[in-house]
Design a protein around this ligand. Structure first.
Ligand SMILES: [Zn+2]
Length: 434
């Protein structure tokens, strides 16, 4: 075991690996603050350097557990493997920003087993929970965490309970539950409940679930989720020939993924696997952008937004993002940008119709964010051409297709004859040459 302690990246306090929940000095249970997710797993770097090198890693098969020394699960029987990780890093070729010689790449996380990047953090956190003896798993989610957790629980043969909300950060606001995700979670066999109450009340309920049932509520395993997110950064470096890109754009809710990616790049550099670190950028929906507001105000601890404006990206709509995400942006020389529904929709449509990648709206925020950063002159030409810019497409488009039925017109019915079809295609100005 190379993991040593959990360390609060805000106050520096160390906790044993069995510690649950947040840093007790920085955050009170049930309170919504930016200091709830400050714990990060620490590793014995000297021992890792003796054990692991790039050649050894390169020999292994793709996936999350390829990096098992850099993850906190000791017993291989608890490393639940559904095939998470090993996703493609695709170079865009047809989107206009990529045509002029810029190196724009997308990490396609929607091809993970449950359709989102959450298979990494939840795969690791759930495996840790099972190794620590949890007889069941529970979570609070707008959907993707729930799907990832329910899938792991199914494979491990333990019960699971999903508290499903319209958006995880919108507990007491009106937001309808995502139907596709509800169906997917139910199919894995989890018990799904939509609880009524504010977020503080629901976190208290989570603690009660743990106390009464002995189950592991994955919100209290944040440090281990972050640890799973590191593997995305590891893969990107390997896929770029053991180099970090110039910048990484991450659709950001609470900021766990952004921080986890940053931790991954830093760890690879500390191990001597890469030479440089990327600039980390958060992308948030306008109206749910606490990190963007904090960044503009130079305020390392983001304030809690009073209200979130409804938008097409519930997975990244939270009242407050964490200090850990701000820290990653600050240490890396990155930043934060806000994008509108129209920006995300255009990016989603372009990724699908030019590049053949269908991403959930919240995921397409990555490309929308890159476009926003270009418009704001936050990226330099050299970064675009040499190091490359990476966007994290966090989930598959099939995760929220129903929400878009209002946007696309209903399909046309055409009589099943060549003449009728040809007339229709001509009308639509479709190229008919052989
Ligand atoms: Zn602390």
């Amino acid at each position: 075991m190379y993991a040593t302690t959990l360390r609060c990246v805000f106050c520096g306090t160390d906790y044993p690996l069995m510690h649950r929940g947040s840093c007790t000095l920085c955050a009170r249970p049930g309170e919504e603050t930016a200091l709830h997710e400050t714990l990060a797993v620490q590793y014995n770097l000297a021992a890792l350097k003796r054990q692991l090198d790039r050649e050894e890693l390169a020999r292994r098969s793709a996936g999350l557990w390829r990096y098992h020394e850099l993850l906190p699960v000791v017993d291989p029987t608890f490393r639940i493997d559904l095939g998470a990780g090993g996703t493609r890093l695709v170079r865009l070729t047809r989107i206009s920003e990529a045509v002029a010689g810029s190196r724009l790449l997308m990490k396609v996380e929607g091809s993970n087993p449950s359709g989102s990047f959450k298979d990494r953090p939840i795969g690791v956190a759930a495996s840790v929970a099972l190794e620590q003896g949890a007889p069941g798993l529970a979570c609070l989610t707008s959907g993707n965490i729930g799907s990832a957790m329910a899938a792991v629980a199914a494979k491990a043969g333990v019960s699971s309970l999903v508290l499903l909300l319209g958006a995880a950060g919108l507990a007491d606001q009106e937001a309808s539950v995502n139907v596709e995700k509800y169906v997917q979670i139910s199919a894995y066999g989890a018990e799904v409940v939509t609880p009524i109450g504010n977020l503080g009340q629901l976190y208290a309920l989570a603690d009660r679930i743990e106390a009464e049932l002995g189950w592991s509520f994955l919100h209290n395993m944040q440090a281990y989720q972050t640890d799973g997110d590191k593997t995305t950064a590891f893969e990107i470096c390997e896929q770029l020939g053991w180099q970090a890109p110039a910048a990484v754009f991450v659709p950001t809710g609470t900021g766990t993924n952004l921080f986890g990616l940053w931790q991954g790049f830093v760890l690879f550099k500390e191990l001597g696997f890469i030479d440089t670190l990327p600039r980390m950028f958060a992308v948030q929906p306008t109206g749910a952008a606490s990190l963007v507001a904090a960044w503009e105000a130079h305020q390392a601890i983001p304030s809690v937004l009073e209200r979130i404006e409804p938008n097409l990206a519930p997975p990244i709509s939270h009242r407050v993002s964490g200090y850990h995400a701000y820290k990653a942006m600050q240490e890396s020389g990155g930043g934060a940008v806000a994008v509108t529904d129209a920006d995300m929709f255009a990016a989603m449509k372009d990724l699908a119709s030019y590049e053949g990648i269908y991403a959930e709206m919240a995921s397409a925020a990555a490309l929308a964010g890159i476009r926003s950063a270009l418009a704001l002159d936050l990226l330099e030409t050299e970064e675009m051409r040499q190091g490359g810019i990476v966007g994290i497409l966090t989930s598959h488009g099939l995760k929220n297709s129903l929400a878009l039925t209002q946007v696309f017109p209903p399909q046309t019915k055409v009589e099943g004859t060549w003449e009728a079809l040809r007339s229709y295609l001509k009308l639509k100005k479709v190229e008919l040459q052989k």
